[in-house]
Design a binder for this molecule. Sequence first.
Ligand code: ZN
Length: 120
Amino acid sequence: MSNRSARYDYTTINNLKHYITMKRAERVAESEGKPFLIRDIEDDLANYCQVSRETIQMIKRMVNQPSLALGIKMAEYFGVPVEELFKLVPKCPVCSGKDEVGHDGVKSKCLSCNGKGYVA
Ligand SMILES: [Zn+2]
């Protein structure tokens, strides 16, 4: 979790990895043996949302936060309410969501949130 914005003490996490895995399983079941990869689903989702697969991956890894419109569009793709896909959580109060803390100029993983940057 590397949301560097110090503006808010809250952020969102997501279940995107889970929903991509589920969608892939669904496609594999429908396709009578044609293999579907995780990246195929990511490509399909990216096309549906008119963004790059890299954008999807950055959101999946929670490096980037989607815009509200993109978040809603992603939920639409999976046919779930947006709050199923995204959850609002408080940022870690120790590292303020930066997922690392500095001691004498040396940065190390925040032990309070285990480097996640949020409390859930
Ligand atoms: Zn922390």
